[in-house]
Design a protein around this ligand. Sequence first.
Ligand code: NAP
Length: 292
Amino acid sequence: MLTNKHIAVIGGDARQLEVIKKLVELDARVSMVGFNQLEHGVIGANKCSLSEIVPQTIDAVIFPVHGMNIEGVIDSVFSNEKIKITKEFVNSTKETCLFFTGISNSYMEDLCNSNNRKLIKLMDRDDVAIYNSIPTAEGTILMVIQHTDTTIHGSKVAVLGPGRVGITVARSFAALGAKVKVGARKSEDIARIFEMGLEPFYMKNIQSEIQDVDICINTIPAMVLDADVISKMLPQSLIIDLASKPGGTNFRYAEKRGVKAMLAPGLPGIVAPKTAGKILAKVIVEILTKDK
Ligand code: NAP
């Protein structure tokens, strides 16, 4: 339980509502900042402004999944208010106060480092990345269905990058009956892909390996689908790029060549905000209760 813990949830989207509900269920005192346009609120949590919170009383602060901008400003889909997080605010919290964010930036790092506060970057954690790969794979399936006129079953699919997202995506498409090959650069990954019953290939051979695929799903955050590679692809093929911005595709060249290519960021929050919120809540609660 989180009885006697005071947690400030500052800004965000529908995912934060799941986090708030879980914290309330565990008896935490929750202050919600940046939720003034949320019609019904969350029973048991208190909607307020940042200035109404006494920083010394807070045990944890939860920032949105997308964090804050480099000026320290947080936005919320439930408010027009721009919430500025200052060094003074962080400095006046307890030394033991934990700060949670999805992703971080230099402003946030500096804010916490200079005040010696612990910053937990949820999206950097393996557990969050693996749980999140489930809604990401489902969102990818949705996009492929929306942008093709053939079934996934029987399609030739290449997944680039056998990481936490790539493995789940490859497994999901294979389960739907696609012929899946996976591009990797490490021999141990090649072995694992083979063990999974999928077709491995080395990324250095991408040009020849990708020539006949119908769908290419990239998870590598580096320029792997460059003009050279795309020029060898079937013009009717589809590229879904899941890698973080700017992705790993030369979108300009893809468009010129008539290959449909799209960057698809933030799928968990789009296709399954409730599940994505529950994933965050589960990990945040684990950390907060372990720290007791
Ligand atoms: P990950 O576990 O680190 O996997 C990344 C994969 O890319 C690894 O297999 C890595 O191989 C490979 N890789 C990295 N740089 C490479 C290079 N230069 N050449 C060849 N292979 C390279 O990351 P993840 O959690 O799967 O996430 C993958 C990407 O998807 C990230 O950019 C993440 O932000 C993004 N993401 C997007 C969504 C969405 O909704 N679109 C959701 C979640 C995550 P090595 O092990 O050999 O380095």
